[in-house]
Design a protein around this ligand. Structure first.
Ligand code: NAP
Length: 302
């Protein structure tokens, strides 16, 4: 049987429609418009394209939305002052500093300077701690892991009691998604195993997974025979394996591959995310969701 393809594009679109309605209602009933600032230092092409996409989506959802471009040589002190300005601006509910930052700036210091209540990326240690504590403490879930959870739940997979295996233990994907899925909460309550480069016999762990989440950044790392028949496979990996000419634009574009061999895996899994078009489109959408949440918190809107 061929797996159900979990379209992140479709789910993201659905969530954006829900958000659009929420934003309209907030404006009408409370006069509140969610505000998002994206700070870009320098002109790294990948970063420019990420912040542009974030800005485009927030404009599309009728947020108050500003992209603040700063020169590559901005000092750490000036960047910290800028963050402080936005921390104190009541129109701004979410602050996002696009990473990576130039080498002369301490990224940790910058991320830690963002008011945790405006940290819509969910990377501030206070928000990481809140996620760990759980029980309603978590304010903002980091965007990619939050998107993964939404995809699993909206695909109709039962998470309670499920064996979830996470490949990878990074701070932005592996650790937080493991944390989210183990919480005593709806859409979680799973039994979680995390595997990484020091794991003995990764195959045996993956074979047990009802839900297999792969975030290693290694093309075709997970072999089709490691997948339990009927499992839900979430492939987070985005690997550039070459270039091709886009039929739409005639321009050169990257050929992307996930960490799982999609063609072979879809004959075994019950559901699987494609790359591209799976987890990717969810990340920006969850950032928007966090910004709406931040605006509600700031204005005591239930
Ligand atoms: P990362 O920081 O490089 O972490 C990779 C993790 O995978 C590490 O914990 C590493 O283990 C583990 N790993 C690497 N090779 C492995 C192997 N051969 N066997 C077992 N474990 C292995 O990467 P990341 O930031 O989490 O990103 C992972 C992938 O997801 C990348 O392809 C990235 O582009 C993609 N991604 C996509 C989105 C999205 O929105 N779609 C967002 C974020 C990331 P050790 O800890 O032992 O080194």
């Amino acid at each position: 049987m061929t797996a159900k393809i979990i379209s992140g594009k479709e789910v993201a679109q659905q969530i954006r429609e829900e958000l659009r309605q929420e934003v309209a209602e907030m404006k009408e009933k409370h006069g509140v418009v969610p505000g998002l600032i994206t700070i870009l230092v320098g002109e790294n092409p990948a970063s420019v394209s990420y912040v542009t996409a974030k800005q485009k989506t927030s404009h599309d959802l009728n947020f108050y939305s500003v992209q603040d471009n700063q020169p590559e040589d901005i000092s750490e002190e000036d960047l910290l002052k800028l963050i402080d300005k936005y921390n104190n601006d009541p129109k701004v509910h979410g602050i996002l500093v696009q990473l990576p930052l130039p080498k002369h700036i301490d990224e940790k210091k910058v991320l830690n300077a963002i008011d945790p209540d405006k940290d819509v990326d969910g990377f501030h240690p206070v928000n990481v701690g809140r996620l760990m504590i759980g029980g309603g403490e978590a304010k903002y879930l980091p965007c990619t892991p939050a998107g993964i959870q939404e995809l699993i739940v909206r695909a109709g997979y039962e998470t309670e009691g499920a064996e979830v295996v996470v490949v990878g233990r990074s701070n932005i994907v592996g650790k937080p998604i493991a944390n989210i899925m183990m919480q005593k909460a709806k859409g979680a309550n799973s039994t979680v195993t995390v595997v990484h480069t020091r794991t003995r016999d990764m195959e045996s762990h993956c074979k047990r997974a009802d839900i297999l989440i792969v975030a290693a950044g290694v093309p075709d790392l997970v072999k089709p025979e490691w997948i339990k028949p009927g499992a839900c496979v979430i492939d987070v990996g985005v690997n550039r394996v070459g270039e091709k000419i886009s039929e739409k634009t005639g321009r050169k574009i990257a050929i992307l591959k996930g960490d799982v061999n999609f063609e072979a895996a879809k004959e075994i899994a019950g559901a699987i995310t494609p790359v591209p078009g799976g987890v990717g489109p969810m990340t920006i959408t969850m950032l928007m969701k966090n910004t709406v949440k931040a605006a509600k918190f700031a204005n005591n809107i239930q």
